[in-house]
Design a protein around this ligand. Sequence first.
Ligand code: VAH
Length: 317
Amino acid sequence: MSSKILIIGACGQIGTELTIKLREIHGVDNVIASDINTRNLDLVNAGPFVILDAKNFNAIKDCCINHKIDTVYLMAALLSATGEKYPMEAWDLNMNSLFHVLNLAKSKQIKKVFWPSSIAVFGPSTPRTQTPQHTICEPTTVYGITKQVGERWCEYYHEKYGVDVRSIRYPGIISHKAMPGGGTTDYAVEIYHEAIKEGKYESFLSENTHLPMMFMDDAIKATTEIMAANSEHLSIRSSYNLSAISFSPKEIAESIQAEMPNFKITFKPDFRQAIADSWPSSIDDSVARKDWNWSHDFNLHTMTKVMLRELAKTYKS
Ligand code: VAH
C-alpha cells in the first residue's frame, strides 16, 4: 500500500521540490503539503494542502489522524542568517517541531520521519576539509546549535524508542523553482537570478569562501533514496554527511562567465561572512555512499547550465 505522506514546511526551498517529487513517486493524493501560510500558490493549487503550524502539536496530530499519515517530512525551520536575528524563535520552531514529530512516531501515530540537518552543525574547531562523519561539532550559530541538538534527539529516539527517523546534513542547496530564505548560502542562488536580470551580482561572501554545495535535484534524490533505503543498512541515526560540489563565489562566477562572458561580480561581505567562515569547505560523505549507495549527478558546470537555462525561461515568461 502506498505511503500517506505529510510535508511540513512544503512551501520552502526544499519543501517545494520535495512535494513535486514525492507526488510523482507516491501519487498526488498521497502527499499532503502543509505550511504556515499559502505563500506558494502553485504548490497550494497542485494537490492536497493544509495550513499547519509546525509548533502546534495537536494540529500536527489531528492532521496525521485525519489524513491517515504514516510518514512525515519535517522541512520547516529558521535558517542560519534568520536564526541569528531571531534566536529564540529559531530555537522554538526548529526544536519544538522536531519533538512534536518524534513524539508522534514514538506513540506509533506515524511510522517514519525525515528531518533535515545541515553542515551548520560543524563549527570553527571542526576539520575544514573533507570533514568526517564523526568529528568535533561546536556550532557557533543558533541554527547550527538546533541542528546539532536535533541530531542527538533523533539518535536518542531511535535507540530508546525504535523511532525510524532518517536525516541528512544538507550542504548549501541551489535551485530555480523556489527561492531560499534566510540562509548564508543563498548567495549561490541569488547570483544566477541577478546574472539573468542584471548581468552582475554583488556577493555578500568574499571571493574565496569555499562552501559545500549541491544542486536541488541531487538533494531531492538523496532525500528520497535515504527514505527508501533498507533500515538495516543505515548505520547513522543522527544525520548523514552529504556532499556533491564545493565552490567559492569566484568559482561560481567563473562558471557563469563561461556561459555569459560579460557577467560581472563584486564582493561586499556582510554579517554572513562570519557564519560561512565557521563552516567546512568540503565534506566526506563516504558513509552515505557506503550505507545507501549515495552518489551525486551535478557538478558546478552542469548546474550552472541548468540554472541559467531555466531562469532565462522564467524571466522571459
Ligand atoms: C543556510 N541554506 O545557509 C542553509 C544551509 C548549509 C547551509 O543549512 O543556513
